[in-house]
Design a protein. Structure first.
Length: 174
């Protein structure tokens, strides 16, 4: 569940390790489309066959270092977002995944402490505030602070990504 502008998030955690690449996030055999609804059912299927059918809107992905490495396909964050994942928290991101996630309006936070082994377990109840960077594992009571999303980025995320953000700005300037 998220607040009106998507900056406060709560949901269950889905936990993955280091070096989860874009071929794992969305296997290449499904890249004949960029339709979010057709990509979503295949998200993470090669490493977690229940993820796509079990994730619920508002849930949070937590991963180790170098999340989204591999090819530069934007299909990966599109598939994650299409399933209703409200935020990805990782120790670090591959640069192109980071940019693609922002471009399509998928909130991501970098927090090595929250992503460290054992800090969050699959199914833990999470609360995340994108605006302040506060990450809380409500199951364990642990709290971490990531760098908060700057105001410009919050606006872009609230708009649903770069293209809707630019369209709205152009409409306002007419």
């Amino acid at each position: 569940m998220s607040d009106a502008n998507g900056m406060k998030i709560s949901g269950k955690a889905w936990v993955y390790g280091d070096n989860v690449d874009t071929d794992v996030i969305i296997p290449a055999r499904y890249l004949s489309t960029s339709d979010p609804e057709r990509l979503a059912p295949h998200c993470m299927e090669d490493i977690d066959d229940v993820f796509a059918s079990s994730v619920r809107p508002g849930d949070v992905m937590v991963a180790g270092a170098n999340f989204g490495c591999g090819s530069s396909r934007e299909h990966a964050p599109i598939a994650i977002k299409a399933l209703g994942v409200s935020c990805v928290i990782a120790a670090s991101y591959a640069r192109i995944f980071y940019r693609n996630a922002i471009n399509i309006g998928l909130p991501i936070l970098e927090c090595p402490e929250a992503a460290s082994a054992g800090a969050v377990k699959k199914g833990d109840e999470m609360a995340v505030d994108i605006a302040t960077g506060r990450i809380e594992n409500k199951t364990s009571g642990h709290v971490w602070n990531a760098a908060p999303a700057p105001e410009f980025l919050r606006g872009l995320l609230s708009a649903g990504g770069l293209v809707p953000y630019v369209r709205a700005r152009l409409e306002r300037s007419k």
